[in-house]
Design a protein around this ligand. Structure first.
Ligand SMILES: [Zn+2]
Ligand SMILES: [Zn+2]
Ligand SMILES: [Zn+2]
Length: 406
């Protein structure tokens, strides 16, 4: 393999690859490829794929032109093409974007109360050279979305003139611990992140704080004593340290039992399932902070079952605290919060239609409108006004205004 052809990345600011009117192929050609940092084994596999593709082009396509004849392209052309392909494969690994679209999941048909579930589907892998200039932060200042193949970049923070614009390459502070994020970034992008969420201790413990157990002495939040987690926790309020292995195990068992109970439900058993989930929720709430993952999961199960059996009041009792948890966990602009707003507004719509008194109907309508407006903002940022999620919320807003008591 002629590795020389892979060459170094562009370092010159004067190079035309940095200019919008510059050469479009050069803009891709000069992106970083990190061949030098690539693991030997990975480099070997990428190299073999590139060589195979070059041979395929020579033997099965007219890529090298008909003039090549039965002898095929000259050896240097084959090697040069393979080296270019290797360069572009490496560039895909650390520069590619994944255009996605939001599609409604097929209904499972067991009467989900008309609640629409959406999932994000990757439709391609693409290079957008100018977007590749953005560096990573675990707490990004922008969100990418797609309109067909067009990449749209929207800011989610106010940016002062000249401030650097950060994009999240995947490892986001709300979705992984700092050690896990660092491993991923080093492996794929070959750098160590020093964003605020990676360096400021009070931010680096974001997930641990949300998943904190209650102190055995004062009910305050406790954090692991050593960096690697573990069962010894120190209370942030009274500073006492205890071993919390029994509480951790109990929470695991609560979650396992809830899953078992929820999956065994159905028919007339649903009421008992909700009662048992209520008991488990009370127990979990005594052991852990309200934002704890187990509490969230239990509320989620309870909301699903209550929606299915038409107990909308109880479903909303579980959806409301989860909205607060999702916001604390993933952020006010997060798609996770947006998806929960879709579900909650669906349930609210049903509840508005069933409301017995004018006052209840008005309260529920107001809540629905407030949450739908919130969701519209989130989906505009993430998917655009043409997305099914955005249109779904718009439709609900129009419907609830028709239901409004006059
Ligand atoms: Zn260049
Ligand atoms: Zn970071
Ligand atoms: Zn305490």
């Amino acid at each position: 393999m002629q590795l020389a052809a892979v060459g170094s990345s562009c370092r010159a600011d004067s190079c035309s690859c940095h200019r919008p009117e510059g050469d479009r192929y050069l803009a891709v050609f000069h992106l970083v490829h990190h061949l030098a940092e690539c693991h030997t084994e990975d480099a070997y596999h990428y190299g073999r794929a590139a060589a195979t593709l070059a041979v395929f082009l020579a033997e099965r396509t007219a890529f090298f032109g008909a003039g090549a004849g039965s002898a095929g392209p000259p050896d240097w052309a084959l090697r040069w093409t393979a080296a270019l392909l290797l360069r572009h494969i490496l560039q895909l690994v650390c520069n590619a974007h994944a255009p996605t679209k939001l599609v409604p999941l097929p209904s499972d048909g067991d009467g989900d109360g008309g609640v629409v579930q959406l999932s994000e589907q990757r439709i391609a892998t693409a290079i957008y050279p100018s977007a590749s200039y953005m560096n990573h932060s675990c707490d990004p200042s922008i969100i990418n979305s797609f309109w067909g193949n067009t990449l749209i970049v929207r800011s989610i923070k106010s940016l002062s003139a000249g401030a650097e614009v950060y994009h999240c390459y995947g490892p986001h502070y709300a979705r992984g611990a700092p050690s896990e994020r660092h491993r991923q970034l080093l492996e794929q992008y070959h750098f160590t992140c020093d964003c605020e969420h990676c360096t400021r201790p009070e931010l680096a413990h974001h997930l641990e704080r949300l998943n904190a157990l209650r102190c055995a002495d004062c009910c305050g939040a406790t954090l692991p004593v050593d960096e690697a987690g573990g069962e010894r926790r120190r209370c942030l309020k009274c500073r006492r340290t205890h071993c919390y292995s029994d509480r951790l195990q109990r929470l695991q068992r609560i979650e396992a039992e809830a899953e078992q109970v929820a999956s065994a439900g159905g028919g007339s058993g649903d009421r008992q399932v909700v009662c048992r989930l209520d008991e488990l929720l009370r127990e979990a709430a005594a052991l852990a902070q309200p934002s704890h993952e187990t509490v969230y999961i239990l509320h989620d199960m309870r909301a699903n079952i209550c929606t299915r059996i038409g107990d909308l009041t109880r479903a909303l009792e579980s959806l409301r605290p989860n909205l607060a948890s999702a916001e604390a966990r993933y952020g006010a602009d997060s798609v996770e919060l947006g998806n929960l707003l879709l579900t909650t507004t669906d349930v609210l719509m049903l509840a508005v239609r069933e409301a017995r008194t004018t006052e209840t109907r008005r309260e529920l309508s107001d809540e629905l409108q407030r949450l739908a407006e919130n969701g519209l903002g989130i989906f505009t940022i993430h998917y655009g006004e043409w997305s099914p999620a955005y249109r779904d919320l718009r439709r609900k807003l129009a419907d609830v205004r028709l239901e409004q008591p006059t």
